[in-house]
Ligand binder design. Structure first.
Ligand code: CP
Length: 314
């Protein structure tokens, strides 16, 4: 692949390649010397048009630990504020010869559009409700390490499915790896026709969590709810928030995941989020750095191959 725009075009073997390489970067990140030269001489630009803590920090660290020259564009201070379009901004940066462009944007499809206009490799760091591929890959690595496999698991993705790019990318990845995925949440936050993706749909948490191996919680994404149903936090927590009573329906060794940012007392009880015997939320953050290193390493290999032999499309 030239870019990493989504999980949709990836084959299971490509997913395994990213995860296997990321395992090596987990070891590097835990070492005293966290440095490699695999991106030396390459320029990485991070463009975040939407807020981020985990994704932006981990892409920056990933690039720096691999030896890239990393620039974080401050989109709030950019000429976007003077009316410049996304495409003109991208073309402007493209003229400075970056090699890797990491982009988060509030509009679904914006990152794919941008990738058509530039010469470098583009990594989607989350576009609207569409895809968040590195999140799904880091979730997959976390599950594989916790459960010892990434197939034939029962996995419940719970909460605001309708507005979640994390749910969408995970649904595709986990399906490709032959897991059984359930979507659990209020009917008003569940897109219609999800069964066509091969998953089961529940609006009752206790039924949806019964005997699952993995419970993946999502927050209410209010920034993407334009005037539709917004439940009260109290009502939402009562019916769909993960507490000890509801978690007891899952397998005794089920793990609890959350991509962050978390809203404690809304979609998840704070004690469950902090329970080191059940929660792998901090491991997810750790895997995020390793997966992003692996993704950029693999794209950089393609870039180098294309530079070495410009006649051949990689
Ligand atoms: N999971 C995730 O994308 O978190 P951030 O918005 O903090 O990057």
């Amino acid at each position: 692949q030239k870019h990493l725009l989504g999980i949709e075009p990836l084959h299971p073997e490509e997913i395994r390649t990213v995860l296997d390489l990321a395992e090596r970067y987990v070891d590097l990140n835990r070492a005293a010397e966290k440095h490699s030269d695999v991106l030396r001489g390459l320029t990485q630009i991070n463009m975040f048009f939407e807020n981020s803590t985990r994704t932006q920090a981990s892409f920056e660290l990933a690039g720096k630990r691999l030896g890239a020259d990393v620039m974080n564009m401050s989109m709030q201070a950019s000429s976007i504020k003077k009316g410049e379009t996304l495409i003109d901004t991208a073309l402007t940066l493209n003229a400075m010869h970056p090699d890797l462009l990491v982009v988060r944007h509030p509009h679904s499809g914006a990152v794919n559009l941008l990738a058509e206009k530039v010469n470098c490799a583009v990594l989607n760091a989350g576009d609207g409700k569409h895809e968040h591929p590195t999140q799904a890959l880091l979730d997959a690595l976390t599950i594989r390490r916790a459960k010892g496999r990434l197939h034939r698991l029962n996995i419940a993705i719970c909460g605001d499915i309708a507005h979640s790019r994390v749910a969408r990318s995970n649904l595709m990845l986990l399906g490709k790896m032959e897991n059984r995925v359930r979507l659990v949440g209020p009917a008003t936050l569940m897109p219609s026709g999800m069964e066509e993706f091969g998953c089961e749909v529940f609006d009752d948490m206790r039924e949806g969590l019964k005997d699952v191996d993995v419970v993946m919680m999502l927050r209410l994404q209010r920034e993407r709810m334009d005037g539709g149903f917004i439940p009260s936090e109290r009502e939402y927590y009562h019916r769909w928030g993960l507490d000890a009573e509801k978690l007891a329906y899952a397998k005794p060794d089920a793990i609890v995941m959350h991509p962050g940012p978390m809203n404690r007392g809304v979609e998840i009880d704070g004690q469950i989020a902090d329970d080191i015997n059940r929660s792998v939320i901090q491991e997810q953050v750790e895997m995020g750095v390793a997966v992003r290193m692996a993704a950029m390493d693999l794209l950089a290999r393609n870039l180098r191959a294309a530079h070495a032999n410009p006649e051949v499309m990689v």
